[in-house]
Design a protein around this ligand. Structure first.
Ligand code: SAM
Ligand code: SF4
Length: 352
């Protein structure tokens, strides 16, 4: 199986699609400028809210090769995507991932892409930080739900917090801006959020809190984990001064500035607020399935058109058809009467 990306795009036959590369705009007049791509479903952790302990991963032939991922991302860049986020599973455990990143960096150099970034659990960051920076990556998100090594091991099922913290140090030393993501978990890290704020802001990092989303069976009851962020915000306001700010990163987080630290705190609240009106993104799984909405099951297979011919005409047609079906919004629900996930796939499939 091909698994190397040449530094430059391979020569391809010109086809009809290359003449009509109109920007992607959905039926609600939202321009699609942000693509998140899961480069693997595999991970070296098994976070309790994300995966079951005993996961069955996809056979390799179903997963897009690095060349296919490059071709797919490049097709979206040609249609107006300005921000590309690689995620997973854990993107940095994908074999030869740096070849993909090196290849995609040509779109940064050409000015077609504003940002190439990734979301990582940080376990491999110490090894890759320098290369990421060299390939034009400027900002990364690192997921850290707790600063307690034992709790970290319990949440991730076997992760090593020290290794992640070493990775963050290496990233900063390489000049990368690091944003910390933390999933708010009832009874697990809910009393540690102050510590996470002090740590992240003390080290010049933004912190974003994420509500658990009901994606995929995980073998536990999600209502035990669900901690609404409006409750978190209310309790933070008892001892911090939070001011809403219009800061945007292209993602769905709403930000506040904390007067006492000067740092930014983001809230991603898909369940208590609706951020769909301004949704500018779509997601692709590592098998080439395009999800037009994180919270809906409707999807379009892009792997078949990708593999059907060398030219991109079929691919562009499939992308256009998909964007024409992007729904207005999602309808996540977590409550005692809806114990099953609203969406059957795991977060590690679409990468959050
Ligand atoms: N492995 C990488 C990581 O952990 O950062 C990237 C993939 S992970 C699926 C992306 C983000 O989704 C992480 O910040 C993770 O904490 C978050 N996440 C995973 N499952 C989630 C869920 N059910 N609800 C909310 N966030 C979730
Ligand atoms: Fe892996 Fe990220 Fe999911 Fe944790 S949240 S199991 S690190 S993909």
């Amino acid at each position: 199986m091909l698994d190397q990306v040449p530094p430059a795009a391979p020569e391809r036959k010109a086809d009809d699609s290359e003449a009509v590369l109109a920007p992607l705009v959905d039926p609600f007049a939202r321009a699609i400028t942000y693509l998140r791509v899961s480069v693997t479903d595999r991970c070296d952790f098994r976070c309790v809210y994300c995966m079951a302990e005993d996961m069955t991963f996809l056979p390799k032939r179903e997963v897009l090769s690095l060349e296919e991922l490059d071709r797919l991302c490049s097709a979206f860049v040609a249609r107006g995507v300005r921000k590309l986020r690689l995620t997973g599973g854990e993107p940095l455990v994908r074999k030869n991932i740096m070849a993909l990143i090196a290849g995609l960096s040509r779109h940064l150099a050409s000015g077609a892409l504003d940002e190439l970034t990734l979301t990582t659990n940080g376990s491999q960051l110490e090894r890759f930080a320098g290369e990421l920076a060299a390939h034009g990556v400027r900002r990364i998100n690192v997921s850290v739900d707790t600063l307690d090594p034992e709790k970290f091991r319990a949440i991730t099922r076997w992760g090593d917090l020290d290794k992640v913290l070493d990775g963050i140090r290496a990233a900063k030393a390489a000049g990368l801006h690091v944003k910390i993501n933390a999933v708010a978990l009832k009874g697990v890290n809910e009393h540690e959020i102050d510590d996470l704020i002090r740590w992240a802001h003390g080290d010049g990092m933004d912190l974003t809190l994420i509500e658990t989303m009901p994606l995929g069976e995980i073998g536990d009851d999600r209502t035990d984990q669900y901690l609404p962020l409006d409750a978190v915000r209310a309790s933070l306001e008892e001892h911090w001064t939070l001011a809403d700010i219009p800061y945007k990163t292209g993602g769905p987080a709403r930000y506040v500035r904390i007067a006492e630290t000067g740092g930014r705190l983001g809230f991603i609240t898909p369940l208590t607020h609706n951020f769909c009106e301004t949704c500018n993104r779509v997601r692709i799984t590592c098998t080439g399935t395009l999800y037009m909405c994180l919270g809906q099951d409707d999807a379009v297979d892009l792997r078949a058109p990708l593999r059907a011919s060398e030219g991109d005409a079929l691919l562009h047609k499939a992308i256009e058809d998909a964007i024409a079906r992007k729904p207005r919004g999602h309808d996540f629900v977590i409550d005692r009467t809806h114990r099953r996930p609203a969406v059957s796939r795991h977060m590690s499939v679409t990468g959050g």
